[in-house]
Design a protein around this ligand. Structure first.
Ligand code: ADP
Length: 743
């Protein structure tokens, strides 16, 4: 009997020990509960083992020794178990301190419990047993055991009542069962002794059963707890994207919910499918170098466009054991991109149509204005009738205004459609300012206004920037100042500040003593087609486009334009621009301008060149008549032809010094004519300079013509003076006799 009992206890101890050791080894990241469980299995095994050894003894001293070691394990187990229960029940505060503190009373109690004289050993049929002698120690031990048992029971009841989640309730019931089992064993032991019998190892056996229940609880707790290991499972099932797990042979084995929804099949139906059964693939997508592969494919089932990312899964020996495939349905994105591309193409086409329309409109409007202005200029030159001259001057003013409006509209459309580009090159600031002064002085003088330019002589004069746009901005501000000032003065004050990397910050402040602007209107000033102070300005010509063009041009040049104004007293418009310095030249002193007079066109020409030969090419006969008329007084020999083909024939047959070549002509346009002209083998006009003469006055066309090989560019309507200036530049100097008073 005693051998059987010993073997039973020994066997159970071994099982407990190995179970504890197994988990103790497996758990890499040990939490408190893992450590407590591991220790409790060791103590449980020790309790059983030494309890068994006591049974086997014949010598009382040896039995006392083994009992002492066994008792140590009992106390250890009680401490561990109590702490595990505290952990699981999550009891806090005083209750936690009492429960934990009480079980540790076992430590001071232990020496009394194991004292030899407190225990009486006796041999029974099931081996060596013992009885605790009545006295203080045995009473204290009994009270301790009972209190610990009650404590643990209370904890388990507390846990059952307090816990909300099912899994916690399950744990609580299991723990309660453990307490009841151990308690029952202990009660049996104690009762037997109280009845005068020697102790039977019922509590030792009971604790093994409790250990098994504890082990189950622990496993359940670990299995249902969110750990890093099982987290991936949660992630895997919770992602909405379809996730497929294929084995190393390429057969589908696991799918998540996203995948079953994506395929419209059940998890069982999905299994054993291959990647090619799901997607249209050109070749085996699992054959790739590295760890990751991304392919684009269509799904057979749903015709969706998918981006598939494939990751290899390796075992501990770096052998491939499968593939994880995550599918991103990009159908919507691809369709949207296609839609966007279509929209872009449509917008591009619309933009091109708009540009073509603008260029066309520019051409169409300018061609008749050219005729009007050209013919009018001839009246101005040739008529001696004061009334007729007065009418002609009015026509001239009206045409110029019309031209400004057309230019503004074209510029504005170009800026709005984002097609306005800056053309930066070296220019002389001094000349620019001088020109501005000249241009504004006539109008200022007419209105009796003083026009002043205050420019520091040492202002850097050689700059790099878009001269045309700088000029346009400043002219606009100056013209407005003159336009909206009835009496007083207009002053342009320039100041500058040198900046690193050869940059200069220029400030152009245009101050007038005009009508001023109400504070509430300043915000509207740069809006398109917005004229403010209508009651005052309606009699003054304007479209409300000028300042909005200024604002956009200045932003394009990374500058700023600001306004300060006092209604009824005047305004200051300040334009700040940053330009690159190209050299050491300074602006120098501004010169007083010789005043221009309206009748200038009627005075003599800039030059005469009776031997100069000029070929004018334009499909519009009126335009040719205008050119011929404008050049009449220069005595140059002007030949007119009406097509590209005729131009080539004329140029090949005779020497011409300058060819004025229209761009837009039917059959062969100006650019094609020029290309052909360059390729002609026998060309008597090989040295001729070719000037593009065109009604296409869109911003940026000048650069385009120069790029195509033209020597220069002149836009219609042609001004007699501008044409003469250009011819002086390009005619051979020996043929040109400048006239007195010419620049
Ligand atoms: P426009 O002069 O063709 O009407 P702008 O865009 O150049 O168009 O100017 C917009 C409005 O701003 C003008 O109608 C005018 O009322 C006001 N404005 C511009 N410059 C001045 C100025 N120097 N003094 C007073 N008002 C001005």
């Amino acid at each position: 009997m005693k051998e059987f009992l010993f073997c039973l206890l020994f066997g159970l101890a071994c099982v407990t020990y190995f179970v504890g050791l197994g988990y103790g080894r497996k758990i890499t990241r040990k939490s408190v509960i893992d450590k407590l469980y591991f220790l409790s299995t060791l103590f449980g095994a020790g309790w059983g083992l030494f309890g068994g050894l006591v049974l086997m003894q014949t010598d009382e001293d040896m039995a006392a020794l083994f009992r002492a070691v066994g008792m140590l394990h009992i106390f250890g187990l009680l401490i561990c178990f109590t702490h595990m229960m505290i952990f699981w029940s999550n009891v806090q505060g005083r209750m936690k301190r009492w429960t934990a503190g009480f079980v540790w009373l076992g430590v001071p109690l232990y020496p009394f419990v194991i004292r030899r004289e407190n225990v009486a050993f006796e041999m029974t049929t099931y081996g060596m047993s013992y009885r605790i002698r009545p006295g203080a120690a045995s009473t204290a031990y009994a009270v301790f055991c009972a209190a610990v048992a009650v404590n643990l029971f209370c904890l388990s009841v507390y846990m059952v009542r307090r816990c909300v989640r099912k899994r916690e309730k399950d744990i609580a019931y299991s723990l309660m069962m453990c307490v009841v089992i151990v308690g029952f064993g202990c009660a049996l032991d104690t009762t037997l002794q109280l009845l005068g019998f020697a102790a039977f190892p019922a509590s030792t056996l009971g604790q093994f059963v409790a250990q098994m229940v504890l082990c189950k609880t622990y496993l359940f707790y670990n299995g249902s707890r969110v750990t890093l290991e099982n987290m991936s499972k949660f992630v895997y099932y919770s992602v909405d994207e379809p996730v497929f797990l294929f084995d190393e042979t390429g057969r589908l084995c696991i799918v998540n919910n996203g995948a079953t929804i994506f395929l419209g099949l059940s998890a069982e139906e999905c299994c054993k499918l291959r990647l090619e059964d799901i997607f249209v693939l050109k070749r085996d997508a699992f054959k790739f170098r590295g760890n990751k592969n991304r392919v684009e494919a269509r799904c057979w089932q749903r015709n969706n466009i998918c981006s598939i990312s494939i990751d290899k899964i390796y075992d501990d020996y770096q052998d491939i054991i499968g593939y994880i495939v995550i599918v991103h349905d990009v159908t919507e994105r691809v369709r949207m991109l296609e839609r966007l591309e279509r929209e872009k193409q449509r917008a591009d086409r619309a933009n091109e149509a708009k540009s073509a329309f603008l260029a066309n409109m520019s051409h169409e409007i300018r061609t008749p204005i050219n005729a009007v202005m050209g013919m009018n200029e001839m009246i101005l030159r040739e008529s001696a009738e004061p009334d007729t001259l007065e009418y002609a001057r009015n026509i001239q003013n009206a045409s110029k205004t019309l031209l400004v409006i057309i230019n503004d509209i074209l510029d504005f459309s170009k800026i709005e459609s984002g097609m306005m580009e800056l053309v930066e090159k070296p220019y002389a600031l001094g000349t620019l300012l001088q020109d501005l002064q000249t241009e504004c002085s006539v109008r200022a003088e007419e209105k009796g206004l003083a026009l002043r330019f205050v420019v520091p002589e040492d202002t850097p004069g050689a700059l790099i920037g878009d001269e045309v746009r700088v000029r346009q901005v400043l002219l606009n501000i100056l013209t407005n100042a003159v336009k909206y000032t009835m009496k007083g003065s207009v002053t342009m004050t320039v100041s500058y500040e040198r900046q690193p990397q050869d940059m200069v910050k220029l400030s152009f402040a245009v101050e007038d003593t005009g009508i001023g602007i109400k504070p509430e209107n300043i915000g509207r000033l740069f809006g398109k087609f917005d004229r403010i102070n209508e009651e005052q300005v309606h009699a003054i010509e304007g479209t409300g486009l000028g300042l909005s063009i200024v604002d956009r041009l200045v932003s394009l040049m990374n500058g700023s334009v600001t306004v300060e104004s006092e209604y009824g007293h005047g305004s200051v418009f300040t334009v700040v621009l940053r330009q690159k310095i190209a050299g050491d030249e300074t602006v120098g002193a501004m010169q007083d301008q010789p005043k221009r007079h309206e009748g200038k066109a009627a005075s003599g020409p800039l030059f005469v060149a009776p031997h100069a030969r000029i070929l004018a090419v334009d499909d519009n006969k009126v335009n040719l008549a205008v050119i011929r008329g404008l050049l009449r007084k220069t005595k140059a020999q002007v030949t007119c032809v009406t097509s590209g083909r005729e131009c080539l024939e004329a140029a090949a047959g005779e020497r011409y010094d300058v060819i004025l070549l229209d761009h837009m002509m039917p059959v062969m346009d100006g650019i094609e004519t020029l290309e052909e002209f360059g390729r002609m083998p026998d060309n008597k006009s090989g040295d001729a300079r070719v000037i593009a003469l065109t009604a296409n006055a869109m911003a940026g066309v000048r650069e385009m013509y120069l790029e195509k090989g033209f020597d220069d560019y002149l836009s219609k309507p042609i001004e007699g003076a501008a044409l003469e200036k250009l011819l002086v530049k390009y005619l051979p100097p020996e043929l040109v006799q400048l006239q007195p008073g010419a620049e």
